[in-house]
Design a protein around this ligand. Structure first.
Ligand SMILES: *C/C=C(C)/C=C/C=C(C)/C=C/C1=C(C)CCCC1(C)C
Length: 250
């Protein structure tokens, strides 16, 4: 059926390999950098590292699955008969998206009850969003994809609204030295999270099998790198600055 070009095959192959290395490096960096933040922020930084470690593992599996799904023969790519497994990505999200939300809630530094209730509500909404998106992701026709995608967008909009209002309110309570960084973290989060549903809609744009597959894999990979590794490192910088500011006023 859909024969993928050697260029598309290599592009995705290299993107997965690069992502594995970046996620693994970010996890190590965050865990080692944990000693530079005060006790208040250690959990947030530990979780950031965990998100990148889980993603690194899944990128390794996604990479292997991509490699086994195709055979390169005389410069032509043919399918091997083993299907590429998209489920790794969704299982990864099922674990990492609630963790990322908890990381952001921790950065807001709310009361204990608020932290727990917000984490539970957001975690549940995230699981629902991903579970509803999966049947659409593996569907072969556009109407089915659109139906599940629309259902998945309902919990997605709820999450965006909760985060936007919650992070917005917490920005006013931040010390001067990190206010801009928290705004950047919020912007990066919204830009990357908003990118996933756009990538999901790639097949609507009348592009064929291999082109759509390449666009989706590259798109999700870029979004993952920003949402997990870049935001994770930014959260760490914010934690270091806040630890310094709090040590001065203590
Ligand atoms: C590290 C992974 C992250 C932050 C993944 C986030 C994923 C989303 C925000 C996905 C959203 C989707 C929709 C809003 C509708 C279509 C289906 C999804 C699952 C792609």
């Amino acid at each position: 059926m859909d024969v993928i070009s050697i260029f598309q095959y290599s592009l995705v192959y290299n993107a997965f390999s690069f992502s594995f290395a970046t996620m693994a490096a970010a996890a190590l960096f965050l865990w080692l950098g944990r000693s530079q933040v005060s006790a208040n922020y250690k959990t947030a930084v530990t979780i950031s590292g965990l998100v990148c470690a889980i993603a690194a593992y899944h990128y390794l599996r996604i990479f292997e699955s991509w490699e086994t799904a195709y055979v390169v023969k005389n410069g032509v790519v043919i399918t091997s008969g083993f299907a590429f497994n998209d489920a790794y990505r969704y299982v990864d999200w099922l674990l990492t998206v609630p963790l990322l939300l908890i990381e952001l809630v921790l950065v807001m530094r709310l009361t204990r009850e608020e932290t727990i209730s917000k984490s539970v509500r957001l975690g549940f909404a995230a699981a629902l969003m991903i579970a509803l998106g999966y049947p659409g992701e593996i569907a072969s026709d556009i109407p089915t994809r659109a139906l599940w995608g629309t259902l998945s967008a309902i919990p997605f909009l709820y999450i965006v609204w909760e985060l936007f209002s919650g992070l917005g309110a917490s920005i006013d309570r931040q010390p001067e030295s990190v206010r801009n960084l928290v705004k950047k973290a919020r912007l990066l989060t919204f830009a990357s999270w908003g990118f996933y549903p756009i990538v999901y809609m790639a097949p609507y744009a009348n592009i064929s099998g291999a082109d759509a597959e390449t666009a989706i894999q590259i798109g999700y990979t870029i979004a993952d790198l920003v949402a997990k590794a870049a935001v994770g490192v930014l959260v760490w910088v914010i934690a270091v600055r806040k630890s310094e500011a709090e040590a001065l006023t203590a």
